[in-house]
Design a protein around this ligand. Structure first.
Ligand code: NAP
Length: 329
């Protein structure tokens, strides 16, 4: 098998493509012929030794993959050889074969190709859980999505729209926001970098009421400004801090709006409630089969160009997902 290996911590160009022997399967594991692997910012941190989990050298980055099951451990019954699946693997996804826990494999709907499947798990899994289980978003509510051109952001827009919310999407690039607006048919997009008064626009758009639910994956100043344009009984979903700054919140604003700050940690929750997570994916797969979800993948790169894929993420060029393909026919 071929893998894009990290043999010592360093920048993306220090990764090396090498042949290596197949690892043996353990109990409950399956081997996948990887067709595509999703690229995420933690991949960048992992190869630099800045991620909380440090796999032993050599390892390949790549936490999520899609591919075909080619071998199963004797005790595995949930998937079989030939199944098309997506799987969370933690690391070692930038490779043409990967070992996955059978429990983490989801069988792809026929409507979904491997490229979309490779970038679907983390983004759509997180955003569905956030909007449905955590925020209990209702049709007709206003959903303000920050970082709406990113992976989890585009998924939140897509799912929120399908749930009947009125979407206001923010981001730092007019060009990326225009692509999101066109793809999802969104009327209101706001640039939080070039327009420091974006929260006033939220109030105007909502006739003074403010947003009911805020999907907050950016952090910093964006969170406090969101509290100031939140409706009564509003919920702010704390998803992440892509901007790098973990904000502090004036608690009086939460009191004044009868607001809720709602934490979201999909990766930990799915281990606690795996059956609910599976049901979430089944619902989304049904929507996808019916043509109701439109995941965005702006960049694909062959495995040889994994460093370019990582730089596309680092340089904020991506709209939706960046995916590495293994070049199989
Ligand atoms: N809570 C959970 O369970 C969970 C699950 C998955 C991910 N996350 C977190 O959610 C956040 C977004 O993840 P993602 O996969 O959607 O990432 P992504 O695809 O890289 O998107 C991040 C977005 O954040 C915006 N951003 C603002 N300031 C930025 C900066 N300084 N550097 C980079 N991006 C910046 C970018 O939009 P503009 O360029 O338009 O500003 C970008 O589109 C991350 O913090 C991630 O760790 C949380």
């Amino acid at each position: 098998m071929r893998a894009m290996l990290c043999k010592a911590f360093g920048p993306p160009e220090s990764l090396v493509l090498e042949e290596l022997p197949r690892p043996a399967l353990g109990p409950g594991q399956v081997r996948l012929a990887v067709q595509a692997a999703g690229v995420n910012f933690p991949d960048v941190l992992m190869i630099q030794g800045k991620y909380q989990w440090k796999p032993p050298f050599p390892f390949a980055p790549g936490a999520e993959v899609a591919g075909e099951v080619i071998e199963i451990a004797p005790d595995v019954t949930s998937v079989k050889r030939g199944d098309r699946v997506m799987a969370m693997v933690g690391a070692n996804g930038f490779a043409d074969e990967a070992v996955a826990a059978a429990v983490s494999c989801m069988i792809l709907p026929e409507s979904m190709d491997y490229v979309v499947g490779a970038g679907f798990s983390m983004t759509y899994g997180t955003s569905y859980y956030a909007l449905v289980q955590r925020a209990q978003l209702k049709a007709g509510e206003v959903l303000l999505v920050h970082g709406a051109a990113g992976g989890v952001g585009t998924a939140a827009v897509d799912i929120g729209k399908h749930l009947g919310a009125k979407i206001i999407a923010t981001g730092g690039s007019d060009e990326k926001l225009a692509r999101v607006a066109t793809h999802y048919g969104i009327e209101h997009v706001l640039n939080y970098q070039s327009n420091p008064k974006w929260r006033e626009r939220v109030k105007e758009i909502t006739a003074g009421q403010g947003a009911d639910v805020v999907y907050e994956a950016v952090g910093g100043e964006v969170l406090e400004q969101s509290l100031r344009c939140l409706n009564w009984n509003g919920r702010i979903l704390i998803i992440g801090f892509a901007g790098g700054e973990i904000p502090k919140v004036p608690a009086n604003l939460i009191l004044l709006k009868s607001a809720s700050l709602v934490g979201v940690f999909w990766g930990a929750w799915l281990g606690r409630e795996p059956e609910v997570n599976r049901a979430n994916f089944q619902t989304m797969f049904d929507w996808h089969k019916a043509g109701k979800l439109k995941p965005m993948v702006s960049h694909t790169f062959p495995l040889e160009r994994a460093a370019d894929a990582l730089y596309a993420v680092i340089n904020r060029e991506v709209v939706g997902k960046c995916v590495i393909t293994m070049g199989r026919s």
